[in-house]
Ligand binder design. Sequence first.
Ligand SMILES: CC(C)(COP(=O)(O)OP(=O)(O)OC[C@H]1O[C@@H](n2cnc3c(N)ncnc32)[C@H](O)[C@@H]1OP(=O)(O)O)[C@@H](O)C(=O)NCCC(=O)NCCS
Length: 195
Amino acid sequence: MEGRPRERVGIAVVLVVLVGAVAPVGDLSPVGYGFMSGMTIEPADASRGDLAEILRNYERFWGGRGEQLRYLHHPMFLLEFGDTAFVARRDDDGEIAGYLFGFVGPAGYGYIHLVGVRDDVRSAGIGRMLYDRFTEEAVRRGATALKAITSPQNEVSLAFHTRMGFTDMERFDDYAGSGQVRIVMRKQLRSEPLS
Ligand SMILES: CC(C)(COP(=O)(O)OP(=O)(O)OC[C@H]1O[C@@H](n2cnc3c(N)ncnc32)[C@H](O)[C@@H]1OP(=O)(O)O)[C@@H](O)C(=O)NCCC(=O)NCCS
């Protein structure tokens, strides 16, 4: 008789593992704080090799932009701003499916420096989940607004940020050097005016 409850627990655990393993990415739905079925959001960790894994799979996140943006992946975003750097990790194979590096600046902006979702799991809500997790942490640290930068050619990024509630899009012609146009995107989080 004593063995029965243990058997039931064993079966339940196996079922949970199986459901997690076969759940298609498109069916992911939020079920709790920083977690969705099949995917877990956790702080990025350089000592675990997270940055190395991201850079190994760089093309999967950034595609045809080649080496252009690799230099933006400075280790300080994990080592010095690790509390506001997150990875979305697949529960089945443990691989990083998406990441966000950011920080809260002295002017009260939660600044999103980089966000990337692997090409095989896009449009499944992972980018939004990373933004939600970052926003939560940024607000906890006193952020009153969010800021992110993109290029005018990156239509996907512009569409994504619009869906994330970024309503203030400002063009800077020489933002990153002569002729290096960028769009500065802002989202108000509280009633204080944007600087
Ligand atoms: C931009 C990026 C991070 C979006 O990640 P994602 O996980 O695919 O986005 P999500 O599934 O969470 O989508 C969130 C919202 O953005 C919208 N969106 C996402 N991709 C979109 C696209 N290609 N076109 C239009 N809207 C899009 C979704 O419709 C969704 O809106 P909803 O939740 O209101 O329905 C991803 O496409 C990516 O990594 N691109 C390459 C790297 C890059 O350009 N990063 C941004 C640099 S600033």
